[in-house]
Ligand binder design. Structure first.
Ligand code: AMP
Length: 454
């Protein structure tokens, strides 16, 4: 299957080819024809699946085909709502790349930065805006943005918008748009409130479901360290002595925790920056850019700031704190192992986090292999914990006191090859030697879950 087979128009094909996209990902194969046909869409998919192009490519095409009447000027004809600024900027950059040979213009409208630049972009005219709810509401209230011409609405990461308390803003924004429009709704999870929204917003949607939450972890090699209270920083410093960990995204529970970890890493000469809600948008973007370009080795993040961040070929995610919500664990470790790459997820667990670990293992339906040989073992761990599994993983065969998993970051692979199907990956055995870039699991949607009209 190629993008041409999906009837994508030549200028967009050119943009995709410049971005090194040769063939569509499973979600793109399923979503693009449905959106081009004008259908509403319900996508259960996370970032890392090619979701952005799945909705934005057909939007660019639909809007290009129905160009604005010259006299009426440019109107906002599509709105993409996202929970975080980083995600909005990332989507906007992607859309610019896909649409560079078309007449379509887009702008990101996000908080935390000067409104002036965004006003300028709006004055020049934008067909598509990618916005976070807060700033968008401000601009709508100031009458600087009109939503009455919106034909296509995308709600991206709807569950996270709900978690972040944006639901009322989202409803208000929707009330400013024409009721007759095409709606594309993406959510990684479907809590009851989201199901309710889906029922009120979508008309006979096509359902596209890729990598349900409990199976995204298949490609990612996981390990857990049970450790003595108060030793997490020492263990992190110890693990990061392994130079083959070229980049690591470290998750902490709190913003202060993120700052503390960053500071302590810097003290031992490990380059690190924090990204969280107390940082200005410019600081956040700088930290992200530095991490992406390899200037900093470690990005320390809270869940909300990291949601949706796409760092190509990130090999290691480290959970400094275990989340109390198991799905958060899945989202966190999903930052690695993206777009068909393999990845490593290392988690730290102190005694009082053991119940979280049990909940996580229940959701992912796996026991996370424990790394036993490390300098800060938990003393007096309840006997049931991990008693039966340490010998199963090759990780545990490592020499005493060796950091877990000292695999080099995977060699860079051209994007064009990410989604090529190769031999079937065997996930039953941990493979510590060679990263698997072409997981068959990733390239095939789960059977029976796709393109079902609700
Ligand atoms: P997304 O899920 O949209 O965040 O995409 C994850 C990553 O895959 C991004 O780095 C995209 O640029 C990349 N990507 C998306 N679709 C394709 C494709 N068809 N071919 C190659 N790379 C892609």
């Amino acid at each position: 299957m190629t993008f041409k087979d999906l009837n994508i128009i030549p200028p967009i094909l050119e943009g995709l080819s410049k971005a090194n996209y040769t063939s569509p990902t499973p979600i793109q194969e399923q979503a693009i024809p449905a959106v081009l046909a004008g259908r509403d869409l319900l996508g259960c998919a996370q970032t890392g699946t090619g979701k952005t192009a799945a909705f934005s490519v057909p939007i660019i095409q639909l809007l290009s085909e129905k160009s604005n009447a010259p006299k009426s000027g440019r109107h906002i004809r599509s709105l993409i709502l996202t929970p975080t600024r980083e995600l909005a900027i990332q989507i906007s950059d992607n859309i610019k790349a896909y649409s560079r040979f078309t007449d379509i213009r887009c702008a990101a409208i996000v908080g935390g930065v000067s409104q002036k630049v965004q006003e300028r972009a709006l004055n020049q005219g934008a067909d598509i805006i990618i916005a976070t709810p807060g700033r968008l509401i401000d601009l709508v209230n100031q009458k600087r943005i009109e939503l009455k011409h919106v034909q296509i609405l995308v709600l991206d990461e709807a569950d996270r918008m709900l978690d972040m308390g944006f639901i009322h803003d989202v409803k208000r924004i929707i009330s400013k748009m024409p009721s007759k429009k095409q709606t594309l709704f993406f959510s990684a999870t479907m809590p009851p409130e989201i199901t309710k929204m889906v029922k009120t917003l979508l008309v006979d949607p096509v359902k596209v479901e890729i990598t349900p939450v409990s199976s995204t972890v298949d490609r990612i090699e996981q390990s857990i360290y049970l450790l003595e209270n108060g030793k997490k920083q020492s263990l992190l410093n110890h693990i990061l002595q392994d130079k083959s960990i070229v980049s690591a995204l470290v998750f902490t529970r709190t913003k202060r925790g993120a700052d503390r970890v960053t500071r302590d890493l810097s003290k031992v000469n490990i380059t690190a920056q924090a990204i969280h809600g107390n940082k200005s948008q410019n600081e956040r973007q700088r930290a992200l850019n530095n991490f992406k370009s390899g200037v900093t080795r470690v990005l320390v993040a809270t869940d909300i700031a990291a949601r949706g961040i796409d760092v190509e070929e990130l090999s290691h995610v480290i959970n400094f704190n275990l989340p109390n919500i198991p799905e958060t664990y899945v989202h966190r470790i999903g930052r690695t192992g993206r777009a068909g790459n393999s990845g490593m997820a290392i988690s730290f667990c102190e005694k009082d986090e053991l119940p979280f670990l049990k909940d996580i293992e229940k959701v992912i339906k796996k026991t996370i292999p424990e790394v036993k040989n490390h300098p800060y073992p938990m003393t007096g761990a309840p006997a049931f914990v991990k008693a039966d599994q340490t010998s199963k993983s090759a990780a545990h065969k490592s020499a005493a006191n060796k950091p877990a998993r000292s695999k080099a970051n995977p060699a860079r692979k051209p994007k064009s090859e990410w989604f090529k199907k190769s031999g079937k990956a065997d996930h039953s055995k941990p493979n510590h030697s060679k990263p698997n870039h072409n997981s068959a699991n990733h390239s095939k949607p789960k059977s029976g879950t796709v393109n079902k009209a609700l």
